[in-house]
Design a protein around this ligand. Structure first.
Ligand SMILES: *Cc1c(COP(=O)(O)O)cnc(C)c1O
Length: 390
């Protein structure tokens, strides 16, 4: 008999009832060090006092009105994002995949309004993940996500990740944009080298097409910059954001330049919940903390510490681990053992990691993780690796 919850996930036998900072707690009091942060969502850990206050204060005042009216919290968050980034304008969504939908629509409308309705094609890369909507799965294009869900939304050209020479020849008169994650998340934490991101920007400029960055997972301080593309010193035309921006409240956004957004006039897009007072009040609190230069400097310092300790861990267990890669506190460990076995061995030691493609495990801890917790994480992962081979 089908379970009352649609069985699209194979869930770990863990049930958490409380969260405190970097810790998740089961009903019997068992504590887990959370290096997954709900897949890079709890950027400030669990039950951060500033976020709890922002949410409960707003909950006591007003939950929902509608985008038919002004929403001051939404205006405030848009202003903060515009001040801190390349963007001139922001649309709020409830998720990453909704951000993908709008990014695709925005790019196509841009060219339609410029008198080029034939420019609808978006170039994407293997191993990418852009969410589970029809546009999201068509954009990523993998068999695993698209099989059985046809007919797929047309207008995507899929190239091999890392095959830079293939990109320029793939640009045609129909190309509207290139869409890419600066650091692939689900694909196994595969960073695009800065030189490649610069190369993509140059290609887009040369051909006059739009660069869409998916920073749903790698954005909001995760790599040690507010947004990952800042490391390469380039700016996109359109950017998708979600996960960390809400710190656990469902919130996403599309950021864009005035030019790229020029087709999106009144009536061309909408959302009932997107940019609601609750989500935006929390988003403002998240931005106030994470956009601070000192906070980001701490993320970078701790990322260096964790990375150094992980290199030692990998060297100590060559039969379990292969290599460490990533950026900031977005780290992938390519495994020699089966990644799911490593994740399960971690559960036994009270440490949570997240599996990803390419036989990797992901470490996406809260950006607020302490030095002591980093030490504890290494101890627990070391014990997990030892037990796995025992
Ligand atoms: C998680 C993710 C998405 C989809 O976000 P949802 O909120 O699950 O819809 C899109 N792109 C990337 C890079 C992601 O990591």
């Amino acid at each position: 008999m089908i379970s009352s919850v649609l069985p699209t996930y194979s869930r770990a036998p863990l049930t958490f009832v409380k969260g405190e900072g970097t810790w998740l707690i089961e009903a019997d009091g068992r504590r887990f060090l959370d290096l997954g942060a709900g897949i890079a969502v709890n950027a400030l850990g669990h039950a951060h006092p500033a976020l709890t206050k922002a949410l409960t204060d707003q909950a006591g005042a007003l939950w929902h009105t509608s985008n038919l009216y002004n929403i001051p919290q939404q205006q405030a968050l848009a202003d903060k994002l515009v001040d801190a980034t390349f963007a001139d304008t922001v649309f709020f969504t409830n998720s990453g995949t909704e951000a993908c939908e709008l990014a695709v629509k925005m790019a196509r409308k841009y060219w339609f309004d410029k008198g080029h309705p034939e420019k609808v094609d978006i170039i994407t890369f293997s191993g990418s993940f852009h969410g589970r909507s029809s546009a999201g799965i068509a954009a990523a294009g993998s068999e695993k996500m698209t099989r059985g869900f046809g007919p797929l939304l047309p207008g995507f050209t899929h190239l091999e990740f890392g095959d830079h020479d293939a990109i320029a020849p793939a640009i045609t008169d129909q190309t509207a944009a290139i869409m890419v994650e600066p650091v692939q998340g689900e694909g196994g934490i595969r960073p695009l080298p800065d030189a490649c991101l610069k190369g993509l920007r140059d290609l887009c400029d040369e051909h006059g097409i739009l660069l869409i960055l998916d920073e749903v997972q790698c954005g909001v301080g995760r790599t040690g910059k507010l947004f990952a593309h800042e490391w390469a010193g380039i700016e996109p035309d359109i950017m998708m954001v979600a996960k960390g921006i809400g710190g656990g409240f469902p919130l996403g956004a599309v950021l864009a330049t005035e030019n790229a957004a020029s087709g999106m006039t009144a009536g061309t897009h909408g959302s009932t919940y997107g940019g609601n007072p609750l989500g935006c009040a929390v988003g403002c609190a998240v931005m106030d903390i994470i956009s601070d230069a000192e906070f980001l400097a701490e993320v970078n310092r701790k990322a260096g510490l964790l990375r150094q300790k992980l290199e030692g861990l990998v060297a100590a267990h060559p039969e379990v681990f292969e290599t460490v890669r990533g950026a900031g506190l977005m780290i992938g460990i390519k495994c020699k053992a089966t990644n799911l076995d490593v994740v399960n061995a971690g559960y036994d030691q009270g440490v949570i990691t997240v599996p990803a493609a390419d036989n990797t495990i992901r470490l996406l801890p809260p950006l607020t993780i302490t030095d002591a917790e980093i030490g504890e994480a290494i101890l627990r992962l070391d014990k997990a690796a030892t037990e796995l081979m025992a």
